[in-house]
Design a protein around this ligand. Structure first.
Ligand SMILES: [Zn+2]
Length: 367
């Protein structure tokens, strides 16, 4: 007899997902260890802002803008609430939705802020995405590194003391076990393609040998802006309320019929979830929806309805479009689906591994 797969009775995680354990009470380990979020405190944030303003630089803060809800809300807070002098910037990954582009223009006009676009040669970035996907089964990490590196470069060029990021507590636990941001791992993946030369690598990585330790010291010494997750410091309204604030005060608009995806700014997001589902048997959607249940953003029934709708779709949104941009065949997708988890993890940089260990030990002693 087949063993029945248990699903948590509080969220929608099931035992098929790596690391999920459901107890006799029907509740999963993630729900059990979940604590309501306690912000670090606004006074700490104000101190950080004051210090940055006292430096009297061209801009107090850099706000990377994706056109999505969280980064636009951060911009709203920085300019309207905290009266910071900001520079905004966007990394166009080649998959930006029209929604996102329109939002960026609308908010920029509304607030009268300066904005910079960073966009790589489309052929270069396509080759990088394609190679990463075919050999590692993953492309989000490449985009993540592109954003990170260009963000540091802009902060360095304008000597901007702070970088304000829109990561929120509800986004944690996406079950990415792969160290997709390690530059040595990325270089090893790119080495699989004969079409990628060192010059292309340099253009993409900006800093060819930047590891976590360098980044840490360059930030400490002020060469790079200090990253602040502003939404971890203050009480934040629900996702719906944030949407309303942005619509009313920022001329921002979300997609029709909210699907509760935070990443409608990227048209490749459903495709990447589809690939994740093929590789690991679970996409990021289920953990994300489960998180929203725990933070009372949506009900369990609503999450079930959304994930059932997802399952009904044969192919994700924009599938054909992404396939054609990256020049992929059905066979490629089949092969990508068979790439095991944590491939290339033996290529990780030793210094990054040590740095991550030391940092987690220090964090433990702090609390
Ligand atoms: Zn649960």
């Amino acid at each position: 007899m087949l063993k029945e797969i248990k699903t948590c009775s509080n969220c929608i995680l099931d035992e098929k997902i790596n690391g999920v354990i459901i107890g006799d009470d029907g509740i999963c380990n993630y729900c059990k260890k979940h604590k309501p979020f306690t912000p670090h405190g606004e006074s700490k944030l104000l101190k950080i802002f004051k210090k940055a303003q006292n430096k009297k630089r061209h801009y107090d803060a850099l706000v990377p803008l994706s056109g999505g809800k969280d980064s636009t809300y951060v911009l709203y807070l920085a300019v309207k609430k905290y009266k910071l002098n900001v520079l905004t910037y966007t990394y166009d990954n080649g998959f930006m939705s029209d929604f996102a582009k329109k939002n960026i223009e609308a908010t920029q006009n509304k607030l009268g802020v300066d904005h910079i676009w960073v966009k790589h040669d489309p052929n270069l970035i396509k080759e990088l995405y394609r190679t990463a996907l075919l050999h590692s089964g993953e492309i989000c990490g490449i985009c993540g590194v592109g954003i990170e590196r260009s963000m540091l470069k802009v902060s360095e060029a304008w000597k901007i003391p702070l970088i304000l990021l829109g990561h929120t507590p509800t986004e944690a636990n996406s079950f990415t076990s792969e160290n997709i941001y390690d530059q040595n791992r990325i270089k090893a993946i790119f080495a699989q393609s004969n079409n990628i030369n060192k010059q292309m690598l340099k253009r993409f990585l900006v800093y060819l040998n930047l590891d976590f330790i360098n980044t840490y010291f360059y930030t400490k010494t002020g060469r790079f802006g200090k990253k602040i997750h502003i939404l971890y410091y203050i009480d934040i309204p629900s996702e719906k309320e944030i949407g309303n604030i942005l619509k009313n005060e920022m001329d921002w608009s979300g997609p029709e019929g909210s699907e509760y995806t935070r990443h409608f700014d990227c048209i490749a997001e459903p495709f990447t979830n589809y690939i994740r589902d093929k590789r690991f048997g679970s996409s990021r959607r289920i953990p994300q929806l489960s998180n929203l249940i725990r933070y009372n953003e949506i009900s369990r029934d609503e999450a079930i309805r959304i994930s059932e709708d997802d399952a009904k779709k044969n192919l994700p949104e924009n599938y054909e479009k992404v396939m054609s941009i990256l020049n992929l065949t059905d066979d490629d997708i089949e092969n990508i689906g068979n790439i095991p988890a944590n491939v290339f993890s033996d290529k990780r940089s030793t210094s990054n591994i040590i740095f991550t260990k030391v940092r987690s030990l220090l964090k433990k002693t702090e609390h």
